[in-house]
Design a protein around this ligand. Structure first.
Ligand code: NAD
Length: 478
């Protein structure tokens, strides 16, 4: 079996005592590779390497154009190695290959291109003062960034963190999720090939609590922690980071509301709503897992929605025709299964779907579940949607906001005023009107409430990954 090593200070390494763990292909349900099992020692070595590269290496001292050229070369290499990277993520977590090849890998390359150019072109404020002085802002790199990533969009979410951190001159230690280690090691190799100095991008594999993840969050040599994952983990990381007052950016869980008004374009609303919940087998923080449909069109919508859910192609994620693969791991399948099994007890009905073969959960549509049901309230992170009718706009907004989460919401309407009014009323970091998952990398991305702390994207990433410094200068203009 292959070994997936750490990449620390430009070298591929094993852990002390050659400790390893298996990574499992969720379609075959068998281990497909071994992974170097890092703990506090390996995380510490990676932080030391990143610290050296930051304190004495060329990366933070390069001009934006020179650094940007390396990041663009890395983007080129990601595109050239698209098949290898896409296969790594699909084998690790069962994402359909059409998605990893067609979306995740191109978006990963785009992350590097965008943030390289954004950092080079971003204007900084200069403030002429009345008193014979002027002030300006320098955006200086923050230092060593610990990036801790989830397994649902492995390469894509890792690059979403790493690209702005590197573009602004920081050095990075990435800890990928234990279920999806492979693409991160490939990425670190490609970064070295692109000309990134050793120690600038380090990858350490391991687990969270009591392992490499926790060690990164408690290390005083780390200047920023950027984390994507569950809300409970976010709380643990915020607590750990508080000891060193390390700033954290937390992109956490969600229970996205999707509101379809009677005046919506029905076909488009069905199509987007299907994508919103069944893409990546519902293992999407942004999933539209609470679907509210206005009563006049509820039955017609449900009929089409159900038919579209049943038409999705389930199968081997490496088959380009597959639209829905297995869930990412046995542990995760067991969790999602408990929600599906609990639907009758929750007071709901499974209109279509249920359990499939192996670790597959079929596209599952639940009706009749009350707001108090577990399936209505908790993040399932699987292909399970609760459909509920509503009568008035106010009722829909109140239902959508009745959650501790606030990552995103969707609404479908042809009424312009309603689109603006409801967008303003929804408690969410992102609202999509008549679409889903369309991103502009300049826009803020993050959540309110239990869905996160802070925003990333464009200038928001600059705020997090730099230390803005005010320089106030006396000027004598004669
Ligand atoms: P998770 O919280 O279990 O793990 C995420 C990462 O944190 C892993 O690398 C894990 O090893 C590490 N970790 C766990 N405990 C830790 C600790 N105490 N200290 C340091 N590191 C620790 O999340 P997951 O199951 O991998 O991902 C699914 C979750 O991620 C869902 O809740 C989903 O909504 C969320 N998510 C959010 C976004 C977003 O942008 N808001 C995007 C994708 C996924």
């Amino acid at each position: 079996m292959d070994l997936i090593p750490h990449v620390i200070d430009g070298r591929e390494t094993e852990s002390r005592g050659a400790a390893r763990f298996d990574t499992v292909d969720p379609w075959t349900r068998k281990p497909w590779a071994e992974v170097a099992h890092g703990g506090a020692d390996e995380a510490g070595e990676a932080v030391a390497a990143a610290r050296r590269a930051f304190d004495t290496g060329p990366w933070p001292r390069m001009g934006f154009a020179e650094r940007g050229a390396v990041l663009h070369r890395l983007a080129d290499l990601i595109e050239e190695h698209a098949h290898e990277l896409a296969t790594a993520d699909t084998t690790d977590m069962g994402k359909p290959i059409a998605e990893s090849t067609g979306k995740d890998v191109p978006r990963s390359a785009a992350n590097f291109r965008f943030f390289a150019d954004h950092a080079r072109l971003a204007p900084a404020e200069a403030l002429p003062m009345d008193s014979g002085h002027h002030a300006y802002t320098r955006f200086e790199p923050a230092g060593v960034v610990a990036a801790i990533a989830p397994w649902n969009f492995p390469l894509m979410l890792e690059t979403w963190k790493i690209a702005p951190a590197l573009a602004w001159g920081n050095t990075v230690v990435l800890k990928p999720a234990e279920d999806t280690p492979a693409s991160a090691t490939i990425l670190a190799r490609l970064a070295l090939t692109a000309g990134m100095p050793p120690g600038v991008l380090n990858v350490v594999h391991g687990f969270g609590p009591g392992s490499a993840g926790e060690a990164l969050t408690t290390d005083p040599r780390v200047d920023r922690i950027t984390f994507t994952g569950e809300s409970g983990t976010g709380r643990a990381i915020a607590r750990a980071a508080a000891a060193n007052l390390t700033p954290v950016s937390l992109e956490l869980g969600g229970k996205g509301a999707n509101i379809v008004f009677a005046d919506a374009d029905l076909d488009a609303a069905v199509d987007w709503s299907i994508r919103a919940i069944f893409t990546n087998a519902g293992q999407v923080c942004l999933a539209g897992s609470r679907l509210y449909v206005q009563r006049e069109i509820h039955d017609a919508f449900l009929e089409r929605f159900r038919a579209a859910a049943e038409a999705l192609v389930i199968g081997d994620p490496k088959d380009p025709a597959t639209q829905l693969g297995p869930l990412a791991s046995l542990e995760h399948y067991t969790k999602v299964r408990s929600y599906v099994d609990g639907v009758p007890e929750d007071g709901g009905t499974i209109a279509t779907g249920g359990l499939g073969d192996g670790w597959v959960v079929r596209p599952t549509v639940v009706t009749g579940a009350p707001p108090s049901a577990r399936v209505s309230r908790e993040e399932i992170f699987g292909p399970v949607v609760v459909v509920t009718p509503f009568d008035t706009e106010a009722e829909a907004v109140a239902a959508a906001n009745a959650t501790p989460y606030g990552l995103n919401a969707m609404l479908f309407t042809e009424n312009l005023s309603r689109a603006h009014r409801v967008s303003a009323a929804l408690k969410a970091g992102t609202v999509w009107v008549n679409c889903f998952f369309i991103r502009d990398l300049r826009a803020p991305f993050g959540g309110v409430g239990d869905s996160g702390v802070g925003r990333e994207g464009g200038n928001f990433s600059r705020e997090f990954f730099t230390e803005p410094k005010a320089v106030v200068m006396a000027i004598d203009v004669g």
